[in-house]
Design a binder for this molecule. Sequence first.
Ligand SMILES: Cc1cc2nc3c(=O)[nH]c(=O)nc-3n(C[C@H](O)[C@H](O)[C@H](O)COP(=O)(O)OP(=O)(O)OC[C@H]3O[C@@H](n4cnc5c(N)ncnc54)[C@H](O)[C@@H]3O)c2cc1C
Length: 326
Amino acid sequence: MGNILIVAEIQKGKIREATLEMAAIAQKLAGPLGKEVKSVVLGKDIGAAAEELSKKGGGEVFAADHELLANYNVDAFTQATRTAIEAAGADLILVSNTPSGWDFAPRLAAGLDAGFVSDCFNIEEEGGKPVFVRRVFNGKLDARLLPQTDVVVATVQPGATAAFEGATDGKVTNLDAGIDAAAVRAKFIETKVAESKGVDLTKADIIVSGGRGVGAPEKFTETIQPLADALGGAMGASRPVVDAGWLPHEYQVGSSGQVVTPKLYIACGISGAIQHLVGMKASNFIVAINKDGDAPIFEVADVGVVGDLFEVVPALTKAISEAKGG
Ligand SMILES: Cc1cc2nc3c(=O)[nH]c(=O)nc-3n(C[C@H](O)[C@H](O)[C@H](O)COP(=O)(O)OP(=O)(O)OC[C@H]3O[C@@H](n4cnc5c(N)ncnc54)[C@H](O)[C@@H]3O)c2cc1C
């Protein structure tokens, strides 16, 4: 029986929270599955990050330090991870469900002839085997998957579980990544940071967000923005709103948008899919307005209003304006 290998991600020299969340899952599974937790850190000058992970639940951490790993590169990352899988004797490989994970994890699985489970939010032990839990149908159902292959690669949704807490005394082992430069076909050119057009939701104390339930772009101006203005807050949105072109991407809250932690978050006509929740569930106080009493957003709400947002939101805006003497 093989071990668990966590493929770490680093950002500005530090281990990303999503990696520590996988460490929490791996540590919980290791005993019941009879496996050891191991990790690999890929990059250039990554000694400090590897040390950090070894103390935060990463077990034995393989540090693959290589020029070709300095920036994300699908060919180099896939090759180095294959080397780490062999060194770790791993048969369960955990990768973050992030843009780089989406890119290289399926390729890794295909190359290993392994089972592949994408976007799971938890992994549980059942009968000595790992069962992968995914949300389906917009969070209405949980699917529990038991792959039939000996080796499994899984991507894990960031923010779906708490990060590993506590201290461990794993060790760091330098790993010759064994990269064949001739087989690295992708070439890194530059990193472009998207230009923000003035909305920085991460700094807002109050956010009023609208989802698909708002129905049309002009309804944001007529219904959601006035409540945000009355509260002195900012307006946010779920992804379908941005995908439909109703609001620009900087308004998007969630796993592929901004992660926000305001004092007050009001979700209007948002169902509460996991990808939205990971972007706002750490808010101090959450109010959800939704006409479907079973919407998953109510699971994270401090106050839930089951009703039509076009009745509730204007009434709230009016009451706040009146209370402020407006
Ligand atoms: C890789 C990936 C990344 C993603 N990243 C993000 C992300 O960053 N952010 C994000 O938000 N999503 C993201 N998603 C999409 C996510 O899975 C959901 O599809 C999305 O969050 C749903 O948005 P919603 O709640 O606005 O729409 P829906 O799920 O369609 O929900 C609309 C809600 O409005 C309610 N409603 C309708 N009319 C009214 C009314 N008049 N009054 C009150 N309530 C009403 C309905 O009951 C329903 O609950 C991502 C998905 C994937 C696969």
